[in-house]
Design a protein around this ligand. Structure first.
Ligand code: NFS
Length: 670
């Protein structure tokens, strides 16, 4: 049954609410209203539908029922889940593959406009694989690294190379359980083969391969994507940025880049600052070109150049509804087909650029790294030429500042400086109980819940509990819009111990670590925390939890699989794709049971779907406390650091001088 929600129920972001009211006035539908008008299929949504062959689709709605081939509900659910994970891995890793080809082309001097920006990172990454770096040019090293990385996709036997970057104990576990990926493409293909009609039918056996497939992403394709993005475009470091629709400008040509790959968007950033383009924009009557981003493309250029983010996933239609966007330039992933129809109500041009993605009705200007700068300029000129067609605009004047750019390299440096960069202060703060634990809150928006509501609720509650938050993807943009990623901003809402650490180090309590492929930065942080000592000898011992409160994409499930395999407890909000029959006893639900208790027994990590935000928080804290206890760390006590550090100084400042002296020096005398 259709339920119509108010704008306030559809999104908790005031800028989005303003645009949703505007959409209603204009009679234009969005993902929010389409979600209201179409309830999800309760059979498919719960993983009870099998459409793997032409005898079906088989819908299993009664206990004991099987498909035409005899497939049980458990088998069907496991097959559906691994297929989703494989699709997510394919998306992330194909992005990684293209980055590897770009690195190769840059190394050979075949591209236009790209250079190797971060030679230090190139040398560090190459050294990890014993690629010689001394007395070699960056091009030579990059060439060899590119060859190694390209070969990971088609490798047939052995182990994908980045696996050696995991903690030693974890690598041994993976080898012992035979889940080390042999080659990235091979694991994805095998996932599809195993789930073809009449193949692998044992749910646990299918899901064991889901782990191997997921690992091919986290310690494979995604890690490769992050490495190469840093090498080519620079490793992120803190920089000032802005987020939300208010970054769009009335007097400038607005170009929104949306999607995931940084290759074209980085070149559009460069082109938008080119005097030729600025002049061209001025000749068209605008002050210049205002570039902004949506989704992970936004994160890529926000992290490195401070280019503003117009918003997260559910903002893509809302940006067009402002009537101020001359062009939305898209590459791959998370691009709604509805954009073209929506844009027809305005002057906005939707420009597809990837050879892999076309949308009927969109303008296609194909990206080619060999002519990258020329193409970027061509795209910007198309947008500028469209400025004259702009009608009435409605831009919500809502935006927040933020400081993104917390790569693991920077966190390391920030905690110890150039000469003693280390994770020691972070580990010490956790061990002392100033920081209770760490939560990675990542993933999408989903119009089935109120946009950003679950993200924001979970973030705010965990901050009060002295949990340090790291974020990527659309979750990061959600906190950015809320103003939680700006130094002292938000610190009043943070527990006293965490606050003191943030004030001492000079960091926001919520750290923006990048796009979704950059979740691999979190794997690296966890590994370095383990290597630093004091928090056990493997990732599953660290008091940390991963959450995706508003997940919707298959990529999110891929991330969940590799995080579990790496030892993390992963909690997904919203609907479970394997919830099964409502009256089914949990223990008889093999898949549900296996990805939680089963995986925990094997990997120390587990995946659970928890719809209620308070339950998510409870489960997160219970897990963190359980891990603290297992490490023999002091029981977390919120009052312990409540009267220390800056919080204490602020209290003392309010006292008359004599009393203040008494409190600090034990005497009121001068
Ligand atoms: Ni991640 Fe990034 Fe956003 Fe979800 Fe889509 S943009 S790769 S999939 S919606 S977080």
């Amino acid at each position: 049954m259709a339920t119509k929600r108010t704008a306030q129920q559809q999104s908790s972001d005031p800028a989005a609410q303003e645009m949703l009211i505007r959409a209603e006035e204009l009679g234009i539908g969005t993902a929010f209203t389409r979600a209201d008008n179409m309830a999800p299929c309760n059979i498919g949504g719960a993983g009870m539908c099998c459409k793997q062959c032409g005898m079906g689709p088989c819908r299993l709605t009664k206990e004991g029922q099987v498909g035409v081939c005899g497939a049980t509900l458990d088998t069907i659910q496991a097959r559906n889940l691994i297929r989703a994970i494989a699709a997510g891995v394919a998306a992330h890793s194909d992005h990684g593959r293209d980055m590897a080809f770009t690195l190769k082309a840059v190394a050979n001097g075949e591209t236009e406009g790209y250079t190797i920006r971060d030679v230090a990172k190139l040398r560090i990454v190459a050294s990890k694989y014993n690629i010689p770096v001394e007395k070699r040019s960056p091009q030579e090293i990059a060439n060899e690294l590119a060859d190694l990385y390209i070969s990971q996709f088609g490798q047939q036997k052995g182990e994908v190379a980045p696996v050696i970057r995991a903690p030693k104990k974890r690598q041994q576990l993976w080898r012992q359980l035979k889940v080390v990926p042999r080659g990235i493409d091979r694991e994805v293909v095998e996932a599809l083969h195993r789930t073809h009609i009449g193949d692998d039918q044992d749910p646990e056996h299918i899901l064991q391969h889901a782990i191997r497939t997921g690992l091919a992403d986290g310690w494979g394709g995604s890690m490769i994507a992050t490495d190469i993005s840093d090498i080519l475009f620079g490793t992120p470091a803190p920089i000032l940025g802005q987020a939300n629709l208010g970054v769009l400008k009335d007097d400038m040509v607005n170009v929104v880049v949306h999607g995931h790959e940084p290759t074209l968007s980085q070149m559009i950033v460069a082109a938008s600052q080119d005097p030729e383009i600025i002049e061209y924009a001025k000749a068209a009557g605008a002050k210049g070109v205002q570039l902004s981003g949506i989704c992970c493309t936004a994160n890529e250029i926000l992290m490195r150049q401070g280019i503003p983010a117009a918003g997260n996933f559910l903002h893509q239609e809302l940006a067009i509804l402002t009537g101020s966007v001359e062009a939305m330039v898209v590459d791959v992933q998370c691009i709604m087909q509805a954009l073209v129809g929506l844009a027809a109500n305005f002057h906005t041009k939707i420009i597809t650029t990837s050879p892999k993605v076309r949308i009927t009705g969109a303008t296609h200007i194909e990206f080619d790294e060999h002519k990258a700068l020329t193409i970027a300029k061509q795209i910007l000129k198309e947008a500028i030429d469209n400025y004259k067609n702009r009608g009435k605009t409605h831009i919500p004047q809502i935006r927040e500042d933020l400081i993104p750019g917390f790569s693991h390299e920077y966190i390391n440096y920030m905690l110890g400086g150039s000469y003693r960069a280390s994770f020691r202060p972070l580990n010490d703060a956790i061990m002392a109980g100033r920081i209770r634990g760490v939560a990675a809150i990542v993933g999408c928006n989903n119009p089935r819940s109120s946009q950003d509501y679950l993200h924001n609720y979970v973030v705010k509650e965990l901050l009060k509990q002295d949990v340090l938050i790291v974020q990527t993807g659309c979750g990061a943009i959600s906190s950015a819009k809320l103003g939680l990623m700006l130094g002292e901003a938000g610190l009043t809402e943070v527990g006293a111990g965490l606050r003191e650490v943030c004030e001492t180090v000079g960091i926001p309590p919520v750290l923006h670590m990048g796009s979704c492929v950059d979740n691999t930065r979190i794997l690296t942080v966890l590994t370095q925390m383990v290597e630093e000592g004091g928090l056990g000898d493997d990732i599953d011992q660290v008091p940390a939890v991963g959450l995706a409160p508003e997940w919707m994409s298959e990529k999110a499930l891929a991330i969940a699989a590799y995080c579990v395999a790496s030892g993390a407890y992963v909690i997904f909000g919203g609907a479970s794709p394997i919830s099964g029959m409502p009256d089914r006893v949990a223990d008889s639900d093999k898949v549900l049971h296996y990805i939680s208790q089963g995986w925990e027994k094997l990997y120390g990590g587990k995946l659970e779907f928890i719809a209620e935000p308070d339950e998510m928080i409870k489960a997160t804290l219970a897990h963190i406390d359980k891990k603290r206890a297992a490490l023999g760390l002091p029981v977390y006590d919120p009052a312990k650091f409540g009267r220390s550090g800056d919080a204490r100084m602020l209290e003392l400042e309010k006292l008359p001088l004599a009393e203040r002296r008494q409190a600090i020096y034990g005497t009121a005398a001068d």
